[in-house]
Ligand binder design. Structure first.
Ligand SMILES: NC(=O)C1=CN([C@@H]2O[C@H](COP(=O)(O)OP(=O)(O)OC[C@H]3O[C@@H](n4cnc5c(N)ncnc54)[C@H](OP(=O)(O)O)[C@@H]3O)[C@@H](O)[C@H]2O)[C@@H](O)CC1
Ligand SMILES: Nc1ncnc2c1ncn2[C@@H]1O[C@H](COP(=O)(O)OP(=O)(O)O)[C@@H](O)[C@H]1O
Ligand SMILES: [K+]
Length: 505
């Protein structure tokens, strides 16, 4: 699913109106019918509905919804805010339709002062104040109204987007003046701000409603951001040749683990082995020998000269991909070995965890990364790499996007919706995965999967997309079986086979 900007959404609306063709008022009616059905799915006609409508088309939508709900015998009260005495054409038309229908129990057009109605627990508030046309933070009377709605005990449903929330950048927004919805019914496509963890408190539960905007425009218009879907991923899968032999299925090298952190190496290596690769070699400190050999008998062991930490770069000529970082530790000798390793490696590299922390501690090295490197930071690791803390998730995402372009590499900013930032500036969000995966070692598993896919021969962008999707899918399948609370990183590996099977089916 593409994520369009507010400006593109506006173009999409206009394109639909001109090319379907359909009158804009009829398109609004179609949207309102879909929204009304979604509301009726959630609440019966015993629930009193209080609608707050703004002066633009978001207000127009909500006035049409008010009329349609009233026709379905819902008890409806409507407050239309028209303080500048200027309504959009379709909002004005829907005001008239609502008055003419005579079904709505209470209608007030607020032009000056507003005496707010009592909002009780049994009611539903429909927030149709502002949608994708919001162009500045809410202040004054609208801000007071938002605060009033936010402190009321009623359930709140936002049409298209919680009023006050911008579709993209909320860095300079006034956060106390944004509606905190329980349910957001967004039209046609998710907006970028809906992918950000720190905006979830405004959005609540999210449903995307198909209002049949122009498929032609959606298909032909380039979007900078998109959400990865199953059908995209299925197309990426390479078939396994019947005559395959291990020599042709990729040779992966994992450099991971230090004394006390053998587990990270075990997880990355096991995940790598479960992701279709022909052969996996793990380079780890001597003292991890017995643990590794016992836990992952399928892997080839290559022991570092040091007992407890990675100390010298290794010849990677014969390998097809390198995964480096999980549990590596931060001692200076390891740092020097790491940068040496990165410099002498010519196959694709996945750098994770301590590899990223080391780079963050040596900012000059950040400038010398080979193009095409794949880095998989969680937000804290990213902030360390970037050299400063981002104020919000959007700012961090834009920094990651800029860094990926600057170093010509791939950055997977991990989270609920991990964001793959590509060297050409595109961003791909992952939609699989769940909160059960917020457990130590989940990231090591991703490193193993990515290393395997690269060794198998997937190009970097494909390996990143497929890898994060499979990782999340395995986590989702595991959560179904063991529950989110009990899920551990090994469960993700255990369900990787089922994740592959699901995609292959
Ligand atoms: N177009 C279509 O075909 C379809 C559109 N659809 C619906 O339309 C919605 C978009 O509608 P929209 O473009 O009219 O914008 P909307 O969000 O209602 O607000 C615009 C008004 O707000 C004002 N304003 C802005 N910021 C403000 C602020 N901080 N404080 C105060 N005022 C502020 C702004 O005034 P201005 O600044 O321009 O003077 C203008 O009057 C979209 O979310 C979806 O629900 C669906 O029906 C599907 C078909
Ligand atoms: N709430 C969540 N929803 C979806 N995926 C999650 C969630 N929490 C964590 N994950 C995934 O789990 C992994 C955690 O990685 P990371 O933070 O590096 O863990 P660790 O360092 O312990 O291995 C990431 O791939 C992330 O996307
Ligand atoms: K809204």
């Amino acid at each position: 699913m593409k994520i369009f900007t507010a400006a593109q959404i506006h173009e999409l609306d206009n394109y639909t109106i001109t090319h379907e063709p359909i009158k804009s008022i009829d398109l609004m009616e179609r949207a309102a019918k879909t929204i009304t059905r979604a509301i009726m799915d959630e609440w019966t006609d015993r629930t009193p509905m209080v609608i707050f409508a703004g002066p633009g088309n978001n207000g127009g939508d909500s006035l049409a919804v008010a009329r349609l709900l009233a026709e379905e015998n819902y008890k409806v009260s409507v407050y239309l805010f028209n303080i500048h005495n200027k309504l959009s054409d379709d909002c004005a038309a829907n005001k008239q339709r609502l008055i003419d229908s005579k079904r709505v129990g209470h209608f007030t057009e607020v032009t000056l002062n507003f005496d707010p109605p009592e909002l009780t627990e049994d009611m539903v508030v429909i927030d149709g104040l502002f949608g994708s046309g919001l162009n500045k933070p809410l202040i004054g009377g609208f801000a007071s109204l938002v605060k009033y709605i936010n402190q009321c005990p009623a359930k709140v449903v936002s049409i298209d987007i919680p009023s006050g929330l911008m579709c993209e950048d909320n860095t300079y927004n006034i956060h106390s003046n944004i509606i905190r919805a329980d349910l957001t019914l967004t039209l046609q496509q998710k907006k970028l701000s809906m992918m950000m963890a720190d905006c979830q408190k405004y959005i609540g539960r999210l449903r995307v409603l198909d209002i049949r905007l122009s498929k032609e425009y959606i298909d032909k218009t380039e979007a900078n951001c998109r959400i990865l879907e199953e059908q995209d991923v299925i197309r990426l899968l390479m078939p396994r040749d019947d005559f395959a032999h291990k020599g042709a299925m990729g040779n992966a090298l994992i450099i991971a683990g230090s004394y006390g952190m053998a587990g990270a190496a075990v997880l990355a290596t096991r995940a790598c082995l479960r992701s279709g690769v022909g052969k996996v070699t793990v380079h780890t400190p001597r003292r991890n020998y017995l643990v590794m050999q016992t836990a992952v008998p399928e892997a080839v062991m290559q022991m570092d000269h040091e007992e407890t930490y990675f100390s010298e770069s290794v010849d990677s000529t014969d390998f097809d991909a390198l995964g480096i970082g999980p549990g590596l530790g931060l001692v200076e000798n390891t740092a020097i070995a790491l940068i040496g390793q990165i410099r002498r490696t010519s196959c694709p590299i996945v750098a994770d965890a301590d590899a990223l922390n080391i780079l963050a501690n040596h900012q000059a090295w950040m400038q010398q990364l080979p193009s095409g490197i794949i880095m998989t930071p969680h937000p804290k690791e990213f902030d360390r790499m970037a050299g400063s803390t981002s104020n919000n998730d959007y700012e961090r995402l834009i920094r990651a996007q800029q860094m990926a372009e600057h170093i010509k590499g791939y950055i997977i900013l991990k989270g609920h919706h991990s964001a793959l930032c590509m060297p050409d500036g595109h961003i791909v969000f992952n939609a699989t995965g769940n909160s059960g995966m917020a457990t130590a070692g989940s990231g090591d598993v991703l490193t193993g999967i990515l290393t395997a896919l690269l060794a198998r021969g997937y190009d970097k962008g494909t390996a990143c997309q497929l890898g994060m999707y499979l990782h999340g899918l395995a986590g989702d399948l595991a959560a179904k079986e063991v529950g989110k609370e009990s899920l551990v990183a090994s469960d993700i590996i255990q369900f990787l086979p089922k994740a592959f099977l699901k995609l292959e089916d």
